[in-house]
Write a new protein. Structure first.
Length: 264
């Protein structure tokens, strides 16, 4: 079983994506999360079900608690603490030849909207029409199936939209190549950097539409933390490249030393 050490965090707002992906990358932890999402379980129950030692389950639970993924509580009729999922966590990853994007919600609990509360209240109210518990479960099961079909339709629509976006991003690269071909003396490295910057803009337009800062652009392009010297070098090269790109593209222009406008 792997060992992972994470920095002590004080609340869920300090959670980060890298550590979370590392945590759920372990099959044992995924099994524990799958089990506790269905029904709260104790260390002993998980140990018996997963056929691993209590010590191993306990160490995994401590890690999951430390990262505010599960929480423990007393449960009537059972010895020891039981565990359940603490928060609603969502991660979406899109990866294709022309598109890469990660969206996640790790830092807070999802609040139910008034619309959701109203819809759920209507379903709960319908349950009063059934006297038999089996009939109530059957009715709730039908509603869950309807929601599952809605999710499948949403997934299909989302995947279709992502595919269309990916095609358009590929076309932008082709147009940029044609635009660069009109300029002589541009190196392959220069052309690729221009593609990377433009792709970064269009991967997440909401982040860069309007005024944007050079540092934010660099962070989005490189992901990894860099030392001050490398950061300074990147800023200089990116500024020069943006200046040249702005001469070719009327939707990009400089506002001041570190702020630019991206508009279309």
């Amino acid at each position: 079983m792997d060992k992972i050490v994470i920095k002590e965090i004080k609340n869920r707002k300090e959670r980060n994506l890298d550590t979370f992906l590392e945590i759920i990358g372990n099959p044992t932890r995924r099994a524990i999360l799958s089990k506790t999402a269905k029904v709260p379980l104790t260390i002993k129950e998980l140990s018996d079900t997963l056929k691993i030692s209590r010590q191993a389950v306990h160490s995994q639970m401590e890690l999951l608690k430390k990262f505010y993924i599960v929480e423990e509580f007393d449960i009537s009729g059972k010895k020891g603490k039981a565990y359940k999922i603490k928060d609603n966590i969502s991660i979406k990853i899109d990866l294709s030849p022309n598109y890469f994007n990660i969206k996640h919600n790790l830092d807070q609990k999802e609040e139910k909207s008034d619309i959701i509360d109203e819809q759920i209240s209507e379903i709960y109210s319908d349950l009063d029409e059934f006297k038999d518990e089996s009939e109530k479960i059957h009715y709730l099961g039908k509603k869950i199936k309807e929601l599952d079909n809605e999710l499948k339709n949403l997934d299909y629509k989302r995947n279709n939209i992502i595919l269309r976006k990916e095609c358009l991003l590929g076309k932008i690269k082709e147009n940029l190549d044609m635009l660069y071909n009109e300029e002589s003396g541009l190196s392959k490295v220069y052309r690729n950097q221009g593609k990377e910057i433009l792709s970064t803009f269009f991967f997440s337009p909401e982040k860069f539409f309007g005024r944007f800062n050079i540092e934010n652009l660099i962070d989005e392009m490189f992901y990894l933390k860099r030392d001050e010297i490398e950061q300074a070098k990147s800023e200089i090269s990116i500024k020069i490249l943006l200046k040249d790109m702005s001469k070719l593209m009327d939707f990009l222009w400089k506002e001041d030393e570190n702020d630019w406008f991206f508009d279309f």
